[in-house]
Design a protein around this ligand. Sequence first.
Ligand SMILES: Nc1ncnc2c1ncn2[C@@H]1O[C@H](COP(=O)(O)OP(=O)(O)OP(=O)(O)O)[C@@H](O)[C@H]1O
Ligand SMILES: O=C(O)c1ccc[n+]([C@@H]2O[C@H](COP(=O)([O-])O)[C@@H](O)[C@H]2O)c1
Length: 217
Amino acid sequence: MSRSPNHGTRIPPIEPGMTIGLYGGSFNPPHDGHRHVALTGLKRLELDKIWCLVTPGNPLKNNSSLPRLEERLEQTANMMDHPSISLTGLEQQLSSGYSAKTILWLTRKYPQNRFVWLMGADNLANFHHWRQWKRIFATLPIAIIDRPGYSLSPLSSKAAQTYQRWRLPEKEAKGLSANRGPCWVFLHGPRSHLSSTLLREKKRKGEGTGNSLDNVT
Ligand SMILES: Nc1ncnc2c1ncn2[C@@H]1O[C@H](COP(=O)(O)OP(=O)(O)OP(=O)(O)O)[C@@H](O)[C@H]1O
Ligand SMILES: O=C(O)c1ccc[n+]([C@@H]2O[C@H](COP(=O)([O-])O)[C@@H](O)[C@H]2O)c1
């Protein structure tokens, strides 16, 4: 059984003025690295809530083996299990895995809230391949969480270079949500070595999941 009441394709509870970190992911499967990203965003950006947007399918990935949304929602709820973290599969309702569509829909529906987009550093490296990526930058602030193997190279990516002058110093991260886009910050600090790829590989080989917080160093 899930421990989270905020399941399914519903929008999590929201009150005017709340600052919310939108954290999209495949979560196939969820792991402590995901929890680490959500907790880092919550704390360093001083957000009220994190919403994990469990995607119906990353448009840039082969999703033929992606488990059903309900299964990933269930697993992600169990992994996150935190009073300030909610889960939603609302993108399935929107019939889209395109983040720009979700972001525009949410920012229009909730003009009295502030949203921040959260993602791992690997996604900054390929962000310029996302649909309407410049529109995403223009619409809301973005926080990038460091990831082993991606501490430096994403900073020379097309997206980072294009928006270089709108990058906030890390010490100003807690004020990120008060900004309008374009505005972004790269958060260094403890990093998690976990990935869903690693866990799927371990499962395939019949090894343990190794899915523990020891992987944050
Ligand atoms: N260990 C990690 N450190 C930082 N960011 C992470 C980490 N794991 C996942 N993320 C970020 O979380 C979001 C969701 O990632 P996703 O569900 O694809 O997990 P993944 O481990 O990257 O999966 P896969 O290995 O299948 O690509 C992405 O923005 C990704 O960059
Ligand atoms: O909008 C896009 O073009 C786009 C391209 C790649 C990924 N995304 C979204 O980015 C989030 C992270 O994806 P993933 O697979 O790295 O977990 C997830 O919500 C995806 O739907 C979105």
